[in-house]
Write a protein that binds this ligand. Structure first.
Ligand code: ADP
Length: 543
């Protein structure tokens, strides 16, 4: 190698080193192409540059950077060219062989029918050669861009009037190698950024899902999703506690398998479609051994129906109680009120003369009915105090034999003469712990019921056992039907109220009595065989 050659090699080496540094600074492929072209402009004269990429997955060659007659063109205006493996077309030859090409007879070549040639002018107009006329290019160099030995693109350099030498080709090859490495690096960076962004987006979606799932678990309403095949896909915690059905038992199962009435229920729940506001529907459901009232709302989704449900049993009971209260009060008050009104009106009439006995009877009627009215009011007020928990109940020793005989004596004057009350209490039964007045109130109610609904003789007896004292009030009446035995302790419940023989009443007496017994630490139970009289047992702790 002579001095000139050595000097040239050193210059090329320096140039390439500088190129590597400059190209490596760019982290976007487009910027790398632009810098590559800047570097090229300083060392090899040219009228056109095209950088194309080749993708072996679809065998297409695509322009990535196009500069012609001093203008950078949009590379997408050049259609992708299919690789021609049979050797036609200059780009294809470079890609297939992996070798650079140098032509100083381009005008002639493009007339050959073995490849596709385009000419692109500075306005970006593409003209297919040779049909559109002679090519303006006289010389061209084509260099493969390689990645680990694979050809991934081609750089074409065109000159309109001149020739290219093998030294220039060598220099171009060096620059193209640097550019290829820089583009690869930029692409890797781009890919890394894309992956990082995708990862961050996936993380955000996962976090959002997680949060949504947590919210679903935390909401107070039962939420469940039934897919198009009627199977449960989602069953949150509140759905578990509302229905008593565990998520692991129901998930993936048809809901009707665990809640048999579901099929009938589902047809009654309106399902909101197309963004409409769901209309809630309150329906009864027997779940987990309880009779519940649930309010359901449903929305149709693409692949099923999402339901929200809420336990409104206590609200529903309150509603029922409210209407029972209104019905009872209006019914029970009307009779005594009209009796009082009628009697008072008669007393006030001046056109008829009443005997002293008649006046007495009317006044007694007013007094009796007024007492009845105040009893009704008292029962309603007492019930509401019990419900509010605002009824103080004493716990003091109360002699049972004493309280029973006092109570029987107190009510005897109000009873029909024919009613017999037999009291059988051993004198040593002892004292119970409770509130004297409240125990008496319970006994009055039981005796009153025994007389009202039962038949003579009414028997009261008491005994001590296991730390408690039991006072039993038994009658010889028809007793209470099995279906009614639990319910008579409910507020406002009256067995057979529509029967003509049924005496008036609010249906609050037994509710109040049981509540009072419980507040004194005892209980009130019924022991009745239908047809064989009723026995109510008040149990109180021994004092
Ligand atoms: P009320 O007497 O005001 O109706 P209660 O709560 O005291 O209210 O009683 C509820 C219902 O229980 C009564 O309406 C009656 O049907 C039934 N009942 C109560 N005691 C007896 C009894 N000794 N024999 C038969 N039925 C009874």
């Amino acid at each position: 190698m002579d001095d000139r050659q050595l000097k040239r090699k050193a210059e090329i080496a320096e140039l390439l080193l500088d190129a590597a540094r400059q190209l490596g600074e760019s982290l976007e492929p487009q910027r790398v192409y632009e810098r590559f072209h800047d570097l090229l402009a300083d060392v090899i004269r040219h009228d056109g540059v095209v950088v194309s990429s080749y993708d072996d997955r679809d065998d297409l060659i695509r322009a990535q950077y196009v500069w012609t007659e001093g203008e950078v063109l949009d590379p997408t205006t050049l259609p992708p060219v299919p690789l021609n493996r049979e050797g036609g077309g200059m780009q294809s030859r470079v890609i297939v062989s992996g070798e650079s090409l140098l032509f100083n007879d381009v005008a002639e070549r493009v007339t050959q029918p073995d490849g596709v040639y385009y000419n692109v002018n500075r306005e970006g107009t593409i003209q297919k050669l040779p049909e559109s006329g002679p090519s303006g290019t006289s010389a061209a160099m084509m260099v493969p861009v390689k990645d680990e030995g694979r050809v991934v693109g081609v750089v074409q350099l065109m000159s309109d009037d001149g020739r290219y030498s093998s030294n220039q080709l060598e220099l171009l090859e060096g620059l193209v190698a640097q550019m290829g490495a820089a583009v690869r690096n930029a692409r890797l960076q781009e890919e890394r950024r894309r992956l990082e962004a995708a990862e961050a987006a996936a993380r955000a979606v996962a976090a959002e899902r997680e949060q949504a799932a947590q919210v679903l678990e935390a909401v107070g309403d039962g939420i469940f999703f039934v897919d198009g095949h009627g199977r449960v896909r989602l069953w949150n915690k509140a759905a578990e506690s509302v229905t008593g059905v565990r998520a692991e038992r129901v998930r993936g199962q048809p809901l009707a398998k665990l809640i048999p009435e579901w099929e009938a229920l589902a047809t009654r729940i309106p399902v909101a479609e197309d963004g409409a506001i769901p209309q809630p529907m309150t329906l009864p459901l027997r779940a987990g051994g309880n009779d519940l009232w649930l309010s359901f709302a449903a929305v149709r989704m693409a692949d099923g129906v999402i339901y929200a449900c809420r336990d409104v049993t206590s609200e529903q009971r309150l509603e029922e109680e409210k209407s029972d209260l209104v019905a009872t009060i209006s019914h029970e008050l009307r009779t005594p009120m009209s009796a009082v009104y009628g009697a008072a009106k008669t007393l006030l009439r001046e056109d008829i003369v009443l005997t002293a006995e008649q006046r007495q009877q009317l006044l007694e009627m007013i007094a009796t009915q007024a007492t009845r009215l105040s009893q009704i009011t008292e029962e309603v007020l007492l019930t509401s105090r019990l419900d509010r928990g605002d009824l103080p109940v004493e716990r003091e020793p109360v002699d049972v034999a004493d309280i029973v005989s006092a109570t029987v004596e107190a009510i005897r004057p109000q009873l029909p003469e024919s009613t017999a009350i037999e009291v059988e209490i051993p004198p040593d039964v002892g004292a119970a712990s409770g509130d004297r007045d409240r125990i008496q109130q319970v006994l009055v109610n039981l005796l009153d019921n025994a007389v009202k609904y039962g038949a003579s003789p009414v028997k009261v007896h008491a005994y001590r056992t296991d730390g408690v004292i039991r006072i039993c009030v038994a009658d010889g009446g028809p007793g209470i039907g099995l279906a009614d035995q639990d319910r008579i302790f409910e507020k406002f419940y009256r067995a057979d109220p529509q029967l003509a023989r049924s005496p008036s009443g609010t249906g609050l007496g037994l509710y109040i009595s049981r509540e009072l017994a419980q507040r004194m630490g005892g209980r009130l139970e019924l022991d009745s065989e239908p047809g064989a009289g009723a026995t109510f047992v008040v149990e109180l702790p021994q004092a």
